[in-house]
Design a protein around this ligand. Structure first.
Ligand SMILES: NC(=O)c1ccc[n+]([C@@H]2O[C@H](COP(=O)([O-])OP(=O)(O)OC[C@H]3O[C@@H](n4cnc5c(N)ncnc54)[C@H](OP(=O)(O)O)[C@@H]3O)[C@@H](O)[C@H]2O)c1
Length: 271
């Protein structure tokens, strides 16, 4: 692709202030894309530039998230989106101001809203690729009702990562025949800032293990190469080795009930 064509391309990367997201921002700026990214904190000033836009958005506040993205799409039309922002679950069940479990909302539901806002305002003639960050633990999760109060940190995190993977298959089914392509990505485990909110003991273990872990830069390179590859499949999950892996399929009734509940929750944010 010529340099001029790439310069006209625009990518949204959520959570571009740290770890994998920050590396993806740097890779796509280097490739010549216009990069739009989000986060909650102040950005290092070295990231500023004319092909770079940063928005402070907190996904634990759905009004704030939807309002911000309704403004973002007035200014930016995307070629690619990477749903990257995410947290490890808090030790104790934490409820957002929207009345939802924190991990479920930040990792999954906020991205579901963002994707729908972008897709519904995207011109039919223009291609769009949406990638979503899953995790190796998606395999151990089960689909639960949103109102299920049972909580474990690992259950909440793995659930959010299964839902992110399922979201790509779901959106692929809903929008099949359009110029849209969806895939999720299991990056394996890598060193990043994600462990900063964990207990002191966990953070201590992480500091010991980090030098032996895969770097977030390496993982970012793999994801960037998949999303820019000419031929990729829609509705599937790719792993770090670029292989397609199965997504556990919940029973049809459970899946239908889950998507109905999610759509009811997000509908007021899409108007
Ligand atoms: N690290 C791993 O081993 C691993 C393994 C599998 C999957 N993943 C997934 O990879 C993705 C990137 O993680 P990472 O390891 O690079 O983590 P990270 O370094 O902690 O980066 C997370 C990003 O998400 C943003 N974020 C967190 N909470 C947010 C909120 N409430 N609202 C808006 N943005 C928020 C952060 O921005 P601010 O702090 O500025 O808000 C930051 O830019 C995540 O989805 C994670 O689940 C990571």
């Amino acid at each position: 692709m010529t340099e001029q064509v790439i310069k006209n391309k625009k990518i949204l990367i959520t959570g571009g202030t740290s770890g994998l997201g920050l590396n993806l921002v740097r890779i796509f700026l280097e490739k010549g894309y216009h990069v739009v990214t989000t986060g909650r904190r102040e950005l290092p000033s070295s990231e500023q530039g004319e092909r770079f836009s940063y928005y402070r958005v907190d996904f634990s506040d759905l009004e704030n998230t939807a309002a911000a993205f309704k403004e973002i799409i007035k200014v930016h039309e995307f070629d690619m989106v990477i749903n990257n922002a995410g947290i490890l679950s808090p030790v104790h069940r934490t409820i957002t101001k929207n009345g939802l479990e924190y991990t479920f909302q930040v990792n999954f539901l906020a991205h579901f809203i963002i994707n729908e806002i972008i897709i519904r305002n995207h011109p039919d003639s223009k291609k769009l690729r949406i990638a979503t960050l899953s995790s190796p633990v998606y395999r151990f999760a089960k689909v639960h009702s949103i109102s299920d109060n049972q909580y474990s940190a690992i259950g909440a995190y793995s659930g959010s990562k299964l839902y992110q993977a399922m979201m790509c298959s779901h959106l692929d089914e809903i929008y099949r025949g359009k110029n849209l392509l969806f895939f999720s990505f299991d990056p394996g485990v890598f060193s990043s800032g994600i462990y900063r909110m964990q207990s002191r003991f966990f953070s201590f273990l992480y500091k010991i293990a980090a030098p032996f872990m895969r770097s977030s830069g390496k993982v970012a390179n793999v994801l960037a190469s998949i999303i820019t590859q000419e031929e990729i499949r829609s509705g599937v999950l790719y792993n770090y080795r670029k292989r397609i892996k199965p997504i556990p399929v919940p029973e049809k009734d459970a899946a239908d009930a889950f998507w109905k509940e999610c759509r009811e929750k997000i509908s007021s944010f899409l108007d």
